[in-house]
Design a protein around this ligand. Sequence first.
Ligand code: B1M
Length: 220
Amino acid sequence: MTSAKAIYAKMRSSIEEYDEDAAAAAAREALEAGLDPVEAVEMGFAGAIRELGEAFDRMEIFLPGLVMAADAMKAGVAVLEEALEARGDVLKRKGVVVLGTVEGDIHDIGKTIVGAMLQANGYEVHDLGVDVPTTRFIQAAQEQKAQVIAMSALLSTTMLFQRDVLELLRNQGLDGKYLVVVGGAPVTQEWADEIGANGYARDAVEAVKLLDGWLGEQAR
Ligand code: B1M
């Protein structure tokens, strides 16, 4: 059987080569080899896409390249996501989460991984997608009778909308009704504290731990 290291190398080069089919094939190989889907995303795909982001920053590659790399990563993540979601079927529901990437922001890979991990760990996740208007988070939380509002932001300009959602909750007298978790590359614990979010998660695994700390007990 191919080693984990060799599979991660294939996953990595599929992103560097903008190859969607190769990314999906490498993700399937990771599953067949029994690798953990979340670890496979981090070890195989995520490092490569972050390095391309840095190359983009240095103007060594251009936006179309980054878009094609992201498409390859999405094709690979979609394969792993299915496996994560299948895992979730056997678990008891711990709580309802509305999740989205904030207004003005179309980055969806990290958010999708967080959603898949939460679902795999027993949460009912309503993924609102990307570029989600501030009011929509609250409306969806009310409609779905959610306990948690989860917001992803990848841009230092759009993370400000996380604060807007919290302000709107306060203005509507809904302060404390929902547990609010924020995340995304520019987001920090300090930012979460500053805007009055209930929690911050660095990655998908941390997000599950955080929500389990809040809601896990009620499912037991
Ligand atoms: Co964009 N982009 N991008 N981009 N992009 C970044 C974020 C950037 C850091 C790249 C760079 O310049 N080095 C930079 C932001 C700078 C800043 O503001 N600090 C940037 C920029 C500038 C832009 C544009 C403005 C470029 C332009 O047009 N000139 C533009 C903005 C578009 C918009 O949103 N309005 C743009 C566009 C794009 C693409 C469309 C090309 C593509 C996105 C495709 C897609 O998502 N469908 C893209 C990509 C791929 C990136 C990088 C390279 C990779 C993001 C990614 O998918 N990472 C990114 C560089 C970087 O992040 N270092 C970059 C992999 C993913 C697994 O990690 O998303 O961090 P991540 O998610 C993690 C954690 O953050 C966390 O868990 C996840 C799993 O571990 N997490 C949460 C995320 N959400 C969470 C929520 C939680 C908890 C944890 O609870 C709710």
